[in-house]
Design a protein around this ligand. Sequence first.
Ligand code: ATP
Ligand code: MG
Length: 561
Amino acid sequence: MEEVGTGLLDRLDAMQRVAASAPGGPLLIVAGPGTGKTRTLTHRIAYLCAELNVFPEHCLAITFTRRAAEELRHRLDGLLGPVAEDVTVGTFHALGLSILRENADAAGLPVNFRIADDAERAAARSEAGDDPSGYTALLRKQDLVDLDELVSLPVELLRADRELVGRYRDRWRWIFVDEYQDVDAVQYELLRLLSPADGNLCAIGDPDQAIYSFRGADVGYFLRFSEDFTDARLVRLNRNYRSSAPILAAAVQAIAPSSLVRGRRLDPARLDPEAPLVGRYPAASVAEEADFVVRTVDELVGGLSHRSLDSGRIDGRSTTLSFSDIAVLYRTDAQAAPIVDALARANIPVQKRSHDRLRDRPGVAAIARELRHADGLAGSLAARVRLAGQVVAERFAVPTLDGAGVGRPEDVRSAVDLLTPLARRCGDDLETFLSQLATGAEVDALDPRAEAVTLLTLHAAKGLEFPVVFLVGAEDGLLPLRWPGSTPDEDAVAEERRLFFVGLTRAQDRLYVTHAARRVRHGVERDCAPSPFLGAIDPGLFERFGEAEPRRPKDRQLRLI
Ligand code: ATP
Ligand code: MG
């Protein structure tokens, strides 16, 4: 446990300290990328509990992803020690689920209600046709709730019961929401019910990183925070601790044409005069683009693995590079294949983030159902998952035709392997395990410590940072993304630009932006112009590679063995 007290805030800069120690009441923290949002949020909770005698059980911290919730929990544990367990930390879905569990009766649900899996949703949907109230009734008949209802049902419940609202407001007197720019209408409504207009609601985020409007998120809630909440205090964090000065300058110029933050400022905390410029590589083809990535990774890691890369780097960061320091970011999943192939051919280890949900994997739903139904299973949750897997595998070995019952035993084995880490993370709590599964726990093989180059979509890269970033496919049509021949509207282009901004700002020390002159899209090879977003960046911030004299790929025969 870290030392609390004044020492706690010593680890923050002046503005972070103002935000962390602000008095109660509505508080909006507008903070650009790399300005230490999570650091500030966790220190604020720790400060309130340790210094102002706020009870941890009166604190509710909401995030958008399970991974972010785990990270927040981990950091709070470090700051507060065991009492951090009393802080409620979770996603909107998990919060909604716990409200419904506590009030199942009032919500008209049986105590043992569960969340419909995809097969159950599909079956109800096909039976109900176009009739949504048909659909809901069919789910209810089987004691099921749709995933989307995890937030909307608590909203309905609270709207109808002011006393219940009072009870929750009394429990969670301090509410913290990370990435507030991504809230949607229903989540916003839930927050309004849980927090009075003059409540201790602390919202933190960056409108310029709002990239989820296609999922219903509305940055408008962020922008009108001070109209919705009384006497809201505003704190801005402008100091970026993540990126070198040239990377930060390029990112700030890139977002400028559609920044949603008036007077947006991002000052580099890192002022290394030797910092390299942003690399730009115009490739003739996708194959050449992939080859550039391979060659550069090889030079950075292979050539320098045991030498100091930048002498005198700040913050005591590691001065040598390994594969785990490198990420390749792209707009669409389809772009990953040629890069993965090229890296693999060069014997460079890669890991790719998967967005697949665990519950969609074959065998997973059957195992989950077995755990629900089979009281006889004993032992740790991981052991029970294994046992349930055996039961399901035996059933699968005998093909039947009764629905999710037909499957391959090897699918069940890999389902057990996928479920075991989740079971361990949830301790012995079956309820948490099932609810995480239902609320979209991902098949996530991404290990931040793995000695491998990480491949991610720009959306998935949000919130992360890497010493070296390649942003590939910076082409018109991919960034901004659009169907050939179509013209996206202004709002869509602005959101794509924000996505570009998110990508650029993941880089700490080295950033390479690449584009190919020809690429197959929608089955046809087409000419591609560089992304118009590049035009907003001062050419002096780029170091251009590969134009004068295309470099031949290094002889990598040894590595191919
Ligand atoms: P994003 O918008 O991309 O999610 P963020 O605002 O959440 O960014 P963090 O990831 O919390 O930023 O912080 C960025 C980096 O800056 C981290 O490596 C963090 O440790 C470092 N950092 C933050 N505040 C400070 C500080 N006061 N002193 C030194 N380093 C800091
Ligand atoms: Mg963050």
